[in-house]
Design a protein around this ligand. Sequence first.
Ligand code: AP5
Length: 217
Amino acid sequence: MRIIILGPPGAGKGTQAKVVADSLGIAHIASGDLLRDHQERGTKLGSMARSYMQQGLLVPDDVIIGMIEERLHSSDAQRGYVLDGFPRTLEQARALDKTMEKEGQRIDLAVNIRVSEKELIRRLGGRLVCRRCQRPYHEVSSPPRKRGVCDECGGELYQREDDTSEAVRRRIQVYAKQTAPLIQYYYERGGLVEIDGEGSIDEVRDSLLKTMPKAGV
Ligand code: AP5
């Protein structure tokens, strides 16, 4: 099963992609997490990506496409995966299609999570992320059991550099211009499902899991 989760910054892609991946026993591949991991490790790719990310801009397509293609070939992705944050431009979507075609594979389902701008700003303003396992929390809607500590791995929680109000505004604009056209792209290819992402985390999870039979899961 190969699934793409689409949606604006703060829609809950990371939160829900993890649930879907765990329930289907497939890999969760998040482009933003991979880039932040490169930064933590101080790689050349990480330091190049950092200036784009801090400003809320997209990292160049060729860099991202190479990084994701490498990840798709790792052993844990062979049973399937949930892609979160990739593709994000038409060029990335076409590159993904080309790679999959070469390997006789296809995307089974693309899910678009819809959330209003007001709610996106509220969510990103209160988000905390685990430095170790990248699990997202929210100060109000999904706080950790112990302040500042990840429930799952005990890692330290921090606020992302691109969750400042200026970067969030820019990310929402970039999404509208460069990523929203992918909704039409996947709609035209068939296999696109749209869900309302404004409910609670559990409500959105239930709507998302209900879309799975439509894709033959
Ligand atoms: P990335 O890390 O992918 O960020 P994003 O797309 O902006 O998405 P977010 O991670 O901010 O939000 P999310 O939808 O995952 O929401 P979450 O589940 O965390 O990318 C960061 C940067 O990397 C980009 O700006 C770009 O520079 C670069 N990049 C990455 N991929 C790239 C690509 N393909 N091409 C080029 N550049 C790329 O939830 C948000 C908050 O809301 C959390 O606090 C959560 O607890 C809370 N929440 C979630 N669901 C609910 C709910 N239903 N109700 C209430 N609260 C909720």
